[in-house]
Design a protein around this ligand. Structure first.
Ligand SMILES: *[C@@H]1O[C@H](CO)[C@@H](O)[C@H](O)[C@H]1NC(C)=O
Ligand SMILES: *[C@@H]1O[C@H](CO)[C@@H](O)[C@H](O)[C@H]1NC(C)=O
Ligand SMILES: *[C@@H]1O[C@H](CO)[C@@H](O)[C@H](O)[C@H]1NC(C)=O
Ligand SMILES: *[C@@H]1O[C@H](CO)[C@@H](O)[C@H](O)[C@H]1NC(C)=O
Ligand SMILES: *[C@@H]1O[C@H](CO)[C@@H](O)[C@H](O)[C@H]1NC(C)=O
Length: 500
């Protein structure tokens, strides 16, 4: 959108609750001649949906859930930060953004992303290269810089074209709060509407750094520290003991470590609070797993824990206290943003606008897509405990509807996973037939599993192409005649192409 477009790595927080509330009572960026809305996007880092984090955020529930719409079936299309942020903000799948890793050569980070946007920094945006060139496309910005992006108590920020500033000893999220309020304060005095992205580090794990990141030496990754005033919260909280939580595989000290990690994540989320009088969107770049599926702290997988994220919208015409069940994804956000701003949709969007202004009911609900394309590229990094089994690049589809609920993935090792979440919501029983032919008797919706897999393979191919179905269909062989025959012999199809 034209006008006052802001990007910053700040957070509106309960620490400054009173100040925040009074800011918000003023009309933001309202002008007599310009009725376009303001938009604030809060983008947390690694926040899960399935481990109850949102139920431990009273301010979020009060300001967004009760006053806006909760998209209960919202999925990311890739469960890793930079790729997911690129998809969120471009409306395109990772393999269509040309950014498929957090590091070169597949993720040139900043240098590739110049004309788009970033809130929190890509891994390649550092204290050494922040000005070669500066990120442009924003009227004002204040970015966290590597290698200090993930240091809660030693953040380095870089504002507009200024030199980087170290905030050693201050809690990163609190610094973001002040910066966000500063931007808001300036914004309310502008006549034009604004788009403000607030991308805090929380509840990402802490990565200690006192120098350049050395790819050769392992990173020191620990649970996020809490702000001093939040350290006492949630003393008894535990990772929910769902069926896919596997205590048999992890020893007691490991489990206690992960429960501690869990409490620290909840504590790190406490400063978050969001404001009023505009479209306010709250989400995360990816979900998180912590002991489920025998995995240590981390993301990057296609499991529900990793791909489902909180998604809330509050604003003009958006249903209050409403839970939307339609399947929505991160690539639907940019088209939604365009719709909010009254802009025509771009032709290169892979996503479609989310249901925003009204409750879709009845047959209309059926018209929305049920699929989510899920992909992972790059090198997965374990964030606590021992090294996990390697998480390979994966290409997958998640299909969610009232009648069926499936996850199907192909790994770069050509191993496969197929889960029927109708009967197996915790994804414990891989239905993909093993080479011995076991499980081929399985059926899904009455169809043999092998037949379902053929359809899923075809669907994966369709969804892989640029802009989904239509481009894929366009490139298929067409039925055509090379000559007219007045009959058809099964062993002579030379006059027909495109037939099997
Ligand atoms: C923001 O940047 C755009 C593009 O450079 C410019 O047209 C606009 O006037 C700027 N807005 C403000 C409020 O400075
Ligand atoms: C994609 O990225 C590669 C590696 O950075 C680069 O060489 C190539 O030009 C990019 N292609 C497009 C279409 O941006
Ligand atoms: C904190 O960050 C600054 C750079 O911004 C660095 O010089 C300093 O060594 C860091 N301190 C610690 C304790 O890592
Ligand atoms: C528990 O498991 C962790 C991680 O696998 C391991 O490092 C640790 O030595 C184990 N502790 C005991 C007491 O077995
Ligand atoms: C929100 O809806 C739930 C039921 O769906 C209801 O119990 C609750 O009172 C509502 N809250 C508000 C603030 O309207």
């Amino acid at each position: 959108m034209r006008g006052f477009s802001l990007t910053l790595t700040g957070l509106l927080a309960a620490t400054s609750g009173a100040a925040a509330a009074s800011q918000l009572q003023q009309p933001l960026g309202v002008s007599a001649t310009d009725s376009r809305p303001n938009i604030i996007l809060t983008l947390t880092d690694d926040q899960d949906l399935l481990m109850d984090s949102i139920n431990n955020m009273p301010e979020l529930n009060h300001h967004l859930r009760e006053k806006g719409t909760f998209y209960r079936n919202h999925f990311v299309t890739t469960a890793i930060c930079c790729l997911s942020r690129a998809s969120l903000l471009t409306g395109r799948l990772a393999h269509n953004t040309n950014i498929t890793d957090v590091n070169p050569p597949y993720g040139e980070g900043v240098s590739k992303f110049n004309t788009l946007y970033t809130g929190k920094i890509f891994n390649a945006h550092t204290v050494d290269n922040y000005n070669t060139p500066f990120i442009n496309g924003f009227n004002a910005s204040d970015f966290l810089l590597d290698p200090y992006t993930y240091s809660y108590l030693n953040a380095t920020f870089q504002r507009n074209h200024d030199v980087p500033v170290s905030y050693e000893g201050q809690y990163s999220t609190d610094v973001l709060v002040d910066k966000s309020l500063g931007f808001l304060h300036d914004a309310v005095h502008e006549a034009s509407p604004f788009f403000l992205t607030i991308a805090p580090l929380a509840p990402h794990s802490n990565v200690q750094s006192n120098g350049p990141i050395d790819p050769q030496s392992p990173l020191k990754i620990t649970a996020p520290p809490a702000a001093a005033r939040h350290q006492h919260l949630f003393p008894d909280a535990q990772v929910p003991r769902t069926l896919n939580f596997n205590p048999d595989e992890l020893n007691d000290s490991n489990i206690e470590h992960n429960d501690h990690f869990y409490r620290q994540r909840l504590r790190a989320l406490q400063p978050n609070d969001i404001l009023d009088n505009t479209y306010i969107v709250y989400t995360s770049d990816n979900g998180y797993h912590l002991s489920q599926h025998r995995l240590q702290a981390g993301k990057e997988c296609g499991f529900e824990e990793d791909i489902r994220v909180p998604f809330f919208i509050r604003g003009p015409g958006v249903a209050a206290n409403h839970t939307e069940k339609a399947v929505t994804t991160h690539i639907d956000f940019a088209p939604t943003l365009f719709e909010m701003a009254g802009l025509p949709l771009r032709s290169d969007f892979d996503g479609v606008p989310m249901p925003l202004h009204h409750v879709v009911q009845g047959p209309g609900e059926k018209a929305r897509h049920e699929h989510v394309t899920v992909e992972f590229w790059g090198i997965a990094i374990p964030e606590s405990g021992s090294l996990d089994a390697e998480i390979p690049p994966t290409y997958a589809v998640r299909i969610h509807s009232t009648d069926y609920d499936l996850y199907y993935s192909v790994w770069c090792s050509n191993e496969h996973q197929l889960y029927d979440l109708k009967t197996d919501p915790y994804e414990l029983n891989n239905l993909y037939p093993d080479p011995t032919g076991l499980q081929t008797e399985t059926t899904i919706l009455g169809y043999p599993v092998t037949q379902v897999i053929n359809r899923l393979d075809a669907l994966l191919l369709v969804l892989k192409s640029y802009q989904g179905f239509d481009a894929f269909y366009y490139h298929q062989k067409k039925v055509s005649y090379s000559r007219c025959e007045y009959g058809y012999l099964v062993d002579d199809r030379s006059h027909l192409s495109g037939w099997y």
